[in-house]
Ligand binder design. Structure first.
Ligand SMILES: C[S@@+](CC[C@H](N)C(=O)[O-])C[C@H]1O[C@@H](n2cnc3c(N)ncnc32)[C@H](O)[C@@H]1O
Length: 447
């Protein structure tokens, strides 16, 4: 079965949008067959090799884990076996306890010592409809018994003692990527099993690729030049690279490169990097960050960072690029919401900056190439003020592309409004906690 689960980042809609674009660009996307707010279940056109899965995982900013589906249950079985309230149905427990999928994950276990763990992902994190902690430990125990029955010398699983880092009151039912790495849980005969709940199904999958959280934390915190006020998160940078269609070997341009976060992510994905920034200190900072990362990784990155105005990008760089991705100047950081009139004025000024930048950028973008960027949405004292996308691409050959296209979801049947996706979006909201200037993500193509 070419069915995979992708464990999504916090912004689940943006994560799904990114996933569709990345898999589509690789020519392996068939459809999203099901989803929750924590995972997407994707049918691919072919079975993906371990190497491909690791590559896809690394390229996605909004994906924590990828697993290959080995079993699908009606979700009612799990709910009846481990109800949050009410009566436990014995036959449902027996159905889960059978674990008749275990030999699809572990072919030869005889005489082996096996470490494993189940990570469970509810459909809606704030409102799980089953007792997730008991379910997870129950599955761990039953898998262990099954492995011993099949002849394993020893089987141990991981219990989840640490609370959920984002919400201490919530039991932690999923293994952190760092735990998986520390205990080699992706190396056979060890394994991590993902238990993913959607509105109608429970999918069990074997983890094949996991996000490298330690490497990200290291490059985010240990780099020589940090400017918390302007830096974009490395995860969002990877998402922007995905939406821009950037692949290994491509030349990628960030015309508002700041501290170089996006270029660092691009360099790690074997892309050639070109950056522009108007601030000389920031340019020096970005250069030192890229040099440092190359040194730490033992690699020579191919990068050029130039001082200049993004509106002159076509004159500053004398060659064409394959993809353009950036977080531009989003205007001032307000202490309190501006008036609607002030916010509208600010958005008008920024639109002018972006439009003239896009006019310069399209001259340097290869035909068929894409641009992804964030744009501001200002929370004024009288509602949110957003940017007019027609104005933005005025007098350019760029067109705003649909994210979450309808065709990607054609066989999904979801009834819960909290899970429904309204498709064909021109923009997706990306929340920045506690900020007055929020962001939206858009994708443009040169037609
Ligand atoms: C939001 S920051 C980019 C953050 C960057 N992605 C990072 O992670 O550090 C915007 C950057 O745009 C630069 N900038 C502002 N106006 C510019 C212009 N007209 N041309 C080029 N850079 C500009 C600022 O100096 C700032 O570094």
């Amino acid at each position: 079965m070419s069915l995979y689960v992708f464990i999504l980042g916090k912004n689940w809609l943006l994560s799904i949008a990114e996933l569709i674009v990345r898999l589509d660009d690789r020519g392996v996307f068939e459809e999203i067959v099901d989803h929750s707010r924590t995972a997407a279940i994707v049918r691919t056109t072919s079975t993906l090799s371990g190497e491909e899965l690791i590559d896809i995982q690394a390229s996605l900013g909004g994906c924590f884990k990828i697993g290959h589906v080995v079993k699908q249950y009606d979700v009612k079985i799990a709910r009846n076996a481990f109800p949050k309230q009410g009566r436990i149905r014995k036959n449902a427990r027996l159905a889960l306890r059978e674990c008749n999928w275990v030999d699809n994950v572990w072919r030869r276990v005889s005489g082996k010592r096996i470490k494993f763990g189940v990570s469970s992902y509810p459909s809606i994190p704030s409102a799980p409809r089953i007792d997730l902690k008991r379910f997870t430990l129950g599955m761990d125990e039953w898998i262990k018994q099954k492995l011993v029955q099949m002849g394993a010398k020893k089987a141990v699983y991981y219990a989840y003692e640490e609370p959920d880092r984002r919400n201490a009151s919530r039991p932690n039912t999923a293994l952190w990527p760092a735990t998986i790495a520390r205990h080699n849980l992706l190396t056979p005969p060890n394994a991590e099993i993902l238990a993913v709940f959607t509105e109608t199904s429970l999918y069990l999958a074997k983890s094949r690729a996991v996000y490298d959280s330690q490497l990200q934390q290291f490059r985010d915190e240990a780099r020589p030049y940090i400017s918390a006020g302007i830096s974009t998160s490395p995860k969002l940078c990877r998402t922007l690279l995905s939406l821009a269609g950037a692949r290994a070997g491509d030349t990628v341009l960030d015309p508002f490169c700041g501290t170089g976060t996006l270029l660092m992510e691009a360099a790690l994905l074997d892309m050639k990097c070109v950056g522009i920034d108007i601030n000389p200190d920031v340019v020096q900072g970005a250069i030192s960050n890229l040099k440092w990362l190359g040194h730490e990784m033992g690699q020579r990155f191919d990068f050029t960072i130039l001082l200049g105005d993004a509106r002159d990008a076509d004159r500053i760089i004398p060659f064409d690029v394959d993809a353009i991705a950036f977080e531009p100047d989003l205007g001032p950081l307000y202490d309190s919401p501006p008036t609607r009139t002030a916010a509208e004025k600010q958005i008008r000024e920024l639109t002018e900056l972006y439009t003239s930048t896009l006019q310069a950028l399209e001259k340097r973008l290869k035909p068929g190439g894409r641009i992804s960027m964030t744009i501001p949405a200002i929370n004024s004292d009288d509602g949110q003020v957003t940017l007019n996308l027609d104005q933005l691409v005025k007098n350019t050959d760029l067109s705003v592309q649909y994210l979450l296209p309808e065709r990607a979801f054609h066989s999904e049947k979801i009834t819960d409004d909290r899970l429904k996706i309204s498709p064909n979006r021109l923009r997706i909201y990306e929340r920045k906690r506690g900020q007055i200037v929020q962001r939206e993500v858009i994708m443009l193509a040169k037609v």
